[in-house]
Structures are given as C-alpha cells and as structure tokens.
Design a protein. Structure first.
Lengths: 821, 108
C-alpha cells in the first residue's frame, strides 16, 4: 500500500465572515436574523457600516451578536417589550450603578414610570450612531483590516443585494465571473486587494491546469515495447521508447505514467510509475520505476500501452496560496502584503529587520564575493523585499547562497529557499551546504528515486540515515519493506508514523529548507512558518508559483533572477495572452522596485559579452575573464577574427515544415551545423563541450539525424553532444554554442526568434565561442536581429561560403520592421 | 510586526450610496412615530448582586485608566435576567452620566 498524504484543504472564509468584505473578527460582525448572513461593522467605502447597509437595503431590522463577541450569542431586543428593531433600540443607563439595558425608543424608553425607577432614560443612547453599530458593542475593524479586506463599492453592494433576491447563495465572485466565452481578465500591475488578486490570477491558473491536463491525457501511446530491469532499491524498472509526437510536451523526471498490458499472453495488467530517466538528444528511451512489484508481467515485452497520469497537485497549491494571501492575515507581513499588491506604501517604513549586519559578507567555503555581489548581499539583507538581477555568468548562485547564510545567522528562525526547477534547487542546496549550515532538501515523493548531487541532503535519505544510526525499529521496518516490497497494515501504520516523526524532527532541526516553489506547499511543511524566503530563478516561475513559498508567513523576501532571460513557460494561449507568463519579479520591476544587478561576469570571452551587455544590460556587464583565459590555442578553427571567437554564417537554404506538420526544419543549416561540430571535434574539442541550440523540435530531430548518418566522425561521438531548444540551455553553459535559426521565410515572421529574451539566452551560454547559422537577409528584418547582424557585419563577422574558406558578406541589410510587442 | 501605515478606507460617493442614505433616514424617521401602542413598563429592578456602595468607583479604576469603564449589561435569557460585562468609553454619555451622579452623591 502506498500512503499518499492528503493535501490540506484550502482555507475558506468562516461562515461568520462579512458577506461583503470578508472580515471575520467575531467581535466585529453581526448576523442579520432574516437572511442569516453576517456583516461587519466597518463602513469600507460607503456611508454606513456593512451590517447597516445590508439591513437598510434589504429592509430587515433584527440581528444577533457573535458567540465569541463580548456579550456572547445575543439577539438584540428591548428589555421591556422584546422589540427587536435595531433602529429603535438604545441603551439606558442606571442612575447610580454601572449598569445598562437595551430599550426601544418608543414606547419603552419614553415611559413615565421609568423615571421613578433606578434608570435614567434621559441618557438613552441609540444603538446605531452615525450609521454604524456602537463601536463599543460591535467593534469597528481597524483601518488596516479594512484596507486588507475585499474592497466593495456601494454600487457592488447594491448589485449583490439585488442578486440575493433570486439567489441567496450568490457571492461577489458570482458578480465578477465572466461569461464562459469571454477572455479571462488580464494580469494587472496593481490590485485593490488580495480578493481581486485571487479573482484574476486564480482563473488563469485554472486555464493553464485544464490545458495541461488535456495535453497530457492526450499522450496515450500504444504498441510500446518494454525492456525490464530491477533497480538498486529492488524496484521494478521498465524502459521503452516514448516518442515525442507533440513538440510542446516535455516529459520530466518524476512525472507519472501508467503502463498497461493489452496483449493475450498474460492477464490484463496496469501499473503506475515515476519517470526516472527522460529522453536525451539521441535516445528516446524513458525509464519508469513502478510503484509495486506485484504481478508485473515481466515475461512480456510487446503489446503495452502508456498513459500519462495527470495530477493537479501543483496547480492546487498555487490556488491555495492565492487564497491564503486573501484570507489569512498571518500569510505575509502587512508591509509585504501592500508591496506585493502594488500599493503605495505611504511612508517608507524604517524597517530594521536585522539588528546587525555581518562584518564580512563572504560566507565560509564559498568564493570570495566581488564588490557588486557584496553590494547586492548587503542591500537585500536590509530590505523586507529585495530583488537581485543576475545576468548570465555573474555568480547568482553563490550570491544567493551567501544571502541565505547571513539570513540564517540573523536568528530570525529557519530560512526557506526555493526555485522553480529541481536542478536550480539542487545547485543552490549544494552551495548552502558548503557554508556549514544544516540543510534539508525536501523532494516531492514522486522524485525520491531520482539521484542528484545532493541526494544525501534529501529529507527521505536523511530519515533513512537517522534510522540506521539511532532508530532500530524504523531501520528494521525499512529493511522489511525493502525486502518484501510491502508491509502488513499494522507494520505499515507504525512505519509511516515513525517516518513522519523523524521527518518532523529533521525539518525542525534544519537551518535551511530547500525545495521547489510548489513543493513549499507540501503537507510535510503545512505547520511550518518562514519569516525569510529566498527564491532563486524567480523570473522563471509564474506569479502564483512564487506565492506558494511567500505566503508561509514571510516578513523578508529575496527574489533572484533575470527578467532579461527566459520567463516561465505557459502552454495555454489564453492564459499566456492574459500574461500569466509575467513573473512576480517582472511585475515588481514595473512597479519601480529597482533590482540590484550583479555586473561582473565569469563565463564568456569578453568579445561575446559586448552585444548582450549593450542590448540587455545597459552596457554594464564587466568581464572577470580575459581573452587569454578564453582562448584555446590548440583548437585550429577558421574564426574570421581570432580575437573575436564568433561569427554569423549566412545560410540561404529553404525552411520546410517538418513531418509532424507542427514544426520547421532547414536542411542546409543542419548540414552546416554538422560541419562546424565535426571541425571542432577534429581539433580536439570534446562533444560534451559543444551545445547546439535550435528553436524547433523539427530541426532538433533533423540535426541529430544528419550527424548520426552523415557525420564525418564516429556516431558514438555525436551522441554525447547536446542538441536542444534555448529553454533547455537556460541556466547552463557550454564551451561552444552553435545556433541554428531555421526560419528562412520571406513572407512570414521568424516565430520563436522574435523573443529578445530567447536571443539573449542563446548568445550567453558559450564560454569560448559562438557560431550563428541562419538567413541574415530574413532575420535582419527584425529590429533586434538587424542590430546584431549589423554589428557582426561591421566587425567582419558576417560571413558566407564553405567553412574552410569563409568570405565576408557585404550585403545590404533589409530595413527592420518595427517589432511588435 | 513591521507596522505599515495605511490610509483607512475612504468614502466613495455613488448613486447607490445616496439611495442608501435616503433609505436609512426613512427607516429612522419611522422609528420616531409616536402613534405606537403603549406598552406598560413594569418595575425593572437592578439585581441586588450588582448594587454596590457608591462611595468610590474603585472597582472600575483599572479599566478606566485606559479611557474605559466597565459596565454590566442587563439582558434576558428566556425570562430570567442575565448579566454581561462590557467596556464603555469613559467619555460616552452613559459613563459620563454615571460619573456626574457619583460626583453629586459625593458632594452631598
Ligand atoms: Zn464588511
Ligand atoms: Zn420596548
Ligand atoms: Zn494597501
């Protein structure tokens, strides 16, 4: 039995929340007896408090106080006659005691006999003053509570009251819900409140989730041939080819697939497993680790089917995060709340988050920081919300790890460290671990089998280690489970409870917890709160994704990324058009929160830095590497200029639609890619040092094929070379990069290459040299490409002809067409 | 917590709000109509337990410091009187009225 932990239910507003604005402080709300709806005693943007608004508009008069309020659950009524009309009621004090009672204005408070008793009816005071209930009977929510609540205008209140006449369960959302065919609301720069924020982002997350589900569930393939194996952990492994019919679809480690046997040599069988190996450039083979070893038809190899098992977990967690920020006051500090929503924070708060800044900014066992990195560390440590922009090769990870080190030493508790991708989390985890901090890397359950350089820091592995060292009972049960594949239900229960206990112990004992953004919503962290959060590669996460770690109680948030490189991938066009593809980092930059830029790059030959620096980074990039350090004298390659290891090789081949019909390829360019690769390898460059970037799946497949069958060297060598999309190379580097542009169409756009950020990433991956292969005439119609090609041409780096006899190209470049945004 | 300043909510005038104001005034006016049937008011006694000698309001001094006075609200649970405590601002007419009485008594 596999125990899947249940996800906690997203927090809902309690039933006594104000039906207008959501405020739910029991001391501040009143129930309308007729509608049984609760309303607060705040006026929001109207002339009367919400409860009074409701009573007046709906023509009701009777109310009940909340049971947790100062008077307990009480129906307000006249002490004498029992009249319950709150518009008539008021307090009458005793003459000589601190006692009051409620009496109706007429007739009871006017009764002559009252004067002869102990009461003082002359001091009768109405229950509703200034169109609010007396504030000392029903609390008026504070200004900041009201500012944080859902903002509802008098007009909306009017509409909502109208709606309730037909549908008492209608909510403000009903009012705002667009029709089915309508375009979703666009991402905004600022939001009035978290309810509006949730109402805009929530539907976009839903759109993306629906699209993802549809896409993945359409990936069923039959005729699968399986090769069986056994893993080191004794689990059953299945290997098979899962071809990429859809170029959009990326299989990831940890994805779930269902393998089904549909043949006749064995009874029907199906089993679910996690992907442990994904296809590479040259091999389509997928590795699947099955959950259960029981009854697997290992005698069969043919007649299998594969389905994708879609899970909503990630999307649910994003939705929950959007909800939390609206509903839970503890989710983020008041300051962050307003900054994140884009409010003008009237007064720059003199926030002293940490009493003392560290004396030395470099962290133990990490490279010494350069001045621009020190400045970044120092600045963000003092800010509740700090942004760091790390252009390519500027030591973003070291900077992030150093910040985490100092945050952890500030004594404000545990630090949560996230990034959208597992690779980025692993890299950062490794660096943080070096500083000597106690780090726990939390992995999704589905990824526990996947090996990484920081596997030993993974929670599940630390549990096993701890059990070995000091929990013999768990060790025994684990052994039993490994040997038999499963445990009796009593043993399984005991095993799970022991494991949870150890997990909790380890998580509580950590200085730093590292996980992906969505894993921050893991049930194992449900009870945790983190005042300090750092998100690396935050520009590659969608905003709701970034919110998952942020809403766990943060008071200080550091976002690291680079909005000039690729943003998050949004598959659903509708959601992308509504700009779900804009990261939180980008929106904060647009809100004039200035990111601190790291300016010293350690990767590229200085000549390779020039264009990206001037176009994307205001010319601020400085080189920490010299041309000499980036020169391979032993590599005899026909660079047009040896001091500038780059060129644009004009290639005028035609583009074609690929066989799948959904992609493009360009045979001439593929042939030229092979020639460059072969030339480099013949001169001693190893295949792993080379990366081939091409924006289209059709071209990727064709380049691979071209090298396999027509390459001038052993096909084994070409197999070690990586051919992939720009996106796959983000965050990584190679010694040499070859870029095949493909599009060569006189009349149509240049598609993928239109995105400036994509070009930036493609040009900044190489340490030693870049070779661009494309149709300069067509590409130069694009403003940005025009700029690039012109610069190459002026430096004599725009060339044509055979590789061993490259000649300068002096063509007149087409006039660029203004770029469409 | 790192306190941040926020402007409280501001009144946004709109036609619906004007309607609300008019409607509210109408409801209040109705409650002032004098032609309501008379209801006898029988002796409403303050429970004995609450009667304290009125020399000094010593029991209330702690809350009073914060500009509040502790009052007891006389309510009914079914037909039985019930008592609940409630803080009333010291400058409220209920509290100031009581203080005047106390002063008058002391002066006597
Ligand atoms: Zn309200
Ligand atoms: Zn009455
Ligand atoms: Zn605000």
């Amino acid at each position: 039995v596999e125990f899947e932990e249940e996800e906690p239910h997203p927090q809902e507003l309690p039933p006594h929340a104000c039906k207008y604005c959501g405020i739910h402080d029991p001391a501040a709300v009143v129930m309308c007896n007729s509608t049984k709806k609760w309303f607060c005693n705040g006026r929001g943007n109207t002339s009367g408090s919400h409860i009074v608004n409701h009573l007046v508009r709906a023509h009701y008069h009777e109310v009940t106080l909340h049971k947790e309020g100062p008077l307990g659950e009480t129906v307000l009524e006249c002490y004498n006659c029992g009249c319950k009309n709150v518009f008539k009621l008021g307090f009458v004090p005793a003459k000589a005691d601190s006692v009051v009672m409620l009496l109706c204005r007429l007739p009871c408070a006017q009764s002559n006999s009252l004067k002869d008793m102990d009461w003082n009816p002359a001091n009768w005071q109405p229950l509703i003053v200034d169109r609010c209930f007396l504030p000392w009977l029903v609390k008026i929510p504070t200004d900041s509570d009201q500012a944080r609540a859902r903002q509802i205008s008098g007009t909306q209140i009017g509409k909502l009251e109208e709606l309730w006449k037909d549908d008492p369960d209608a909510t403000l959302d009903t009012l705002q819900k667009p029709g089915i065919d309508e375009e979703p609301a666009q991402i905004q720069l600022r939001y009035t409140d978290a309810y509006q924020y949730q109402n805009i982002l929530g539907p976009l997350v839903k759109l993306e989730a629906d699209y993802d589900k549809k896409l993945k569930e359409s990936q069923t393939q039959d005729g699968i041939i399986v090769r069986w194996d056994i893993g080191l952990n004794q689990k059953r492994l299945a290997y098979f080819n899962f071809s990429r019919q859809n170029g959009d679809m990326r299989l990831m480690q940890g994805d779930e697939l269902r393998l089904r046997y549909v043949g006749r040599s064995h009874e029907p069988w199906n089993g679910i497993g996690h992907v442990t190996k994904v296809p590479s450039s040259f091999a389509e083979e997928v590795g699947l680790e099955l959950r259960s070893n029981v009854n697997v038809p290992t005698s069969c190899t043919r007649d299998f089917c594969v389905d994708f098992v879609w899970k909503s977990t990630s999307f649910d967690r994003m939705q929950n995060a959007l909800k939390l920020i609206a509903v839970d006051e503890g989710s983020v500090s008041t300051y962050l709340y307003h900054r994140l929503l884009g409010h003008e924070v009237l007064e720059e708060p003199a926030i002293i988050i940490h009493k003392q800044l560290p004396k030395h900014f470099s962290a133990p066992n990490l490279p010494k920081l350069n001045p621009s990195q020190i400045y970044a560390v120092k600045t963000v440590l003092q800010k509740p919300l700090g942004l760091i922009q790390g252009p390519p090769g500027t030591g973003k990870t070291v900077t992030s790890a150093t910040i985490v080190y100092h945050l952890s030493k500030m004594g404000m508790g545990q630090v949560l460290v996230c990034a959208p991708s597992n690779i980025a989390v692993d890299q950062l985890t490794e660096k943080i671990h070096k500083t000597g901090l106690k780090v726990v890397r939390l992995c999704a359950k589905s990824r526990e089998a996947i090996d990484s350089p920081v596997s030993f820091l993974a929670l599940h592995n630390q549990v096993i280690q701890l059990a070995k060292d000091s929990y013999p009972e768990l060790k025994k049960l684990q052994q039993l489970k490994d040997d038999q594949g499963e445990l009796s239900s009593t043993d399984e229960k005991r095993y799970t409870s022991l494991k949870r206990q150890l997990e909790k112990e380890l998580l509580l004992g950590a200085d730093v917890i590292c996980c992906t953004c969505v894993s921050a919503g893991d049930p194992r962290l449900a009870k945790f709160s983190f005042k300090m959060v750092l998100i690396d590669e935050s520009t590659q996460a969608t905003e709701p994704e970034c919110m998952v770690p942020i809403v766990m109680g943060s008071k200080q948030v550091v976002l690291v990324g680079d909005h000039c490189q690729l943003g998050p991938v949004i598959m659903c066009k509708k959601a992308a058009n509504a700009r779900l593809s804009q990261s939180l980092f980008e929106r904060l930059v647009l809100l004039n929160i200035k990111p601190i830029r790291l300016e010293v790059q350690y990767r590229m030959h200085p000549a390779l830095t020039e264009f990206p620096s001037s176009v994307f980074y205001d010319g601020t990039l400085q080189n920490a590497v010299s041309p000499e350090e980036r020169r391979m004298d032993e590599v005899n390659f026909p660079w047009p200029n040896v001091d500038k290891p780059m060129f644009f090789w004009c290639s005028f081949g035609q583009e074609e639609i690929s066989s799948s019909g959904t992609s493009y390829l360009n045979r001439t360019e593929a042939v030229n890619v092979e020639k460059v690769v072969t030339k480099l390898m013949k001169n001693g460059v190893k295949p792993v040092q080379i990366g081939v970037i091409t924006p289209y799946e059709g071209q990727r497949a064709y380049v691979v094929q071209q090298m396999q069958f027509n390459g001038g060297m052993s096909s084994k060598l070409y197999e070690q070379l990586e051919v992939a999309s720009v996106d796959a190379f983000q965050g990584r580097e190679k010694d040499f990069i070859i870029l095949s542009c493909v599009r060569s169409n006189e009349h149509q756009g240049i598609g993928f290459l239109n995105d400036a950020r994509r070009l930036n990433v493609a040009l900044t991956r190489a340490k030693y040299g870049v070779i661009i292969i494309g149709n300069a005439k067509v590409l130069s119609r694009n403003e940005l490409w025009h700029h690039l090609i012109k610069e190459y041409q002026e430096q004599g780096l725009l060339v044509e002809g055979p590789l061993n006899n490259l000649r300068r190209n002096e063509m007149h470049l087409s006039k660029p067409v203004k770029m469409r945004k | 917590d790192t306190a941040v300043i926020n402007k409280g909510p501001e009144l946004l005038k709109c036609a619906e709000d004007d309607d609300f104001l008019a409607e509210f005034d109408k409801m209040i006016t109705e409650t002032r109509r004098a032609d309501v049937p008379k209801v006898p008011v029988v002796d409403i006694a303050i429970p004995i337990t609450l009667r304290k000698p009125i020399e000094k309001p010593a029991t209330t001094s702690t809350v009073e410091d914060k500009g509040q006075m502790k009052f007891t609200v006389l309510m009914k649970k079914g037909n039985k009187p019930q008592l609940k405590e409630l803080n009333v601002p010291a400058d409220n007419i209920l509290a100031s009225g009581l203080k005047e009485t106390q002063l008058a008594l002391e002066n006597e």
